[in-house]
Design a protein around this ligand. Structure first.
Ligand SMILES: Nc1ncnc2c1ncn2[C@@H]1O[C@H](COP(=O)(O)OP(=O)(O)OP(=O)(O)O)[C@@H](O)[C@H]1O
Length: 203
């Protein structure tokens, strides 16, 4: 469960978030859209704990998986070295889930390659994998399919719906409101507040 109450954030005198409320229950796949500069990344950074809100609170049950907009990778390390690094950080005994995701996202043949030689789309696959390899309860994804080819894009949504079926609470941020039929609810960030645009009637 993810619960956000009355979150406000300003950078200096520029107010970006003016009272954001959001609740995402386990098993729900929720989209947040908004124009460039509307504050989507600021909101996700607050939800992930990377940034502190000026006012308001964020409550999160269970482990967090956060896929930031810009891949935070070490260009000198290989894919496998990233896995080892994150395995230790997440205190995982095994890399089973990571291996499965590498196969699902189709980049097993790049495992021994340093990140500096990977394409943008493959870097993004690794970025996504690092957010999911510890099987988190709450998943925050900032423009997660940037640079993906069509097949990978479709696989991403397949994966997202499996995660929600497995009871994860998922937030996907995008600047475009497409693929809305794949979501349980869609929210629009505008003027510093979050409006609910649609909710799937079956949920
Ligand atoms: N560290 C910062 N210092 C000052 N202003 C910032 C900072 N980070 C973001 N901003 C400003 O806050 C506003 C919201 O930025 P944010 O990156 O959250 O928007 P966004 O909706 O994610 O945009 P995009 O769709 O372009 O990624 C923008 O006007 C941006 O210039």
């Amino acid at each position: 469960m993810l619960r956000v109450t009355g979150v406000r954030k300003a950078y200096g005198r520029k107010s970006v978030l003016e009272g954001v409320d959001l609740r995402v229950r386990p098993g729900r796949l929720v989209g947040v859209v908004g124009e460039n500069g509307s504050g989507k990344t600021t909101l996700l950074r607050i939800l992930s704990g990377e940034l502190t809100p000026d006012v308001g609170s964020v409550h999160l049950d269970g482990s967090l998986g956060y896929c930031p907009q810009h891949p935070v990778l070490n260009t000198e390390l290989t894919v496998d070295q990233h896995l080892r690094y994150f395995q230790i950080a997440y205190r995982l005994r095994r890399l089973g889930r990571a291996e499965e995701l590498i196969d699902r996202l189709g980049f097993a043949h790049y495992r021994t390659m340093p990140v500096k030689h990977l394409s943008g789309g493959t870097r993004q696959k690794l970025n996504l994998l690092l957010a999911l390899m510890h099987d988190p309860a709450v998943v925050l994804l900032d423009e997660p399919y940037q640079g993906f080819d069509w097949e990978t894009y479709l696989r991403f949504w397949e994966l997202a719906s499996e995660l929600s079926a497995a009871g994860k609470a998922i937030v996907v941020v995008s600047h475009l409101a497409y693929d809305t039929e794949r979501l349980d609810a869609l929210h629009r960030l505008r003027g510093g507040v979050l409006d609910e645009v649609t909710t799937r009637s079956t949920v």
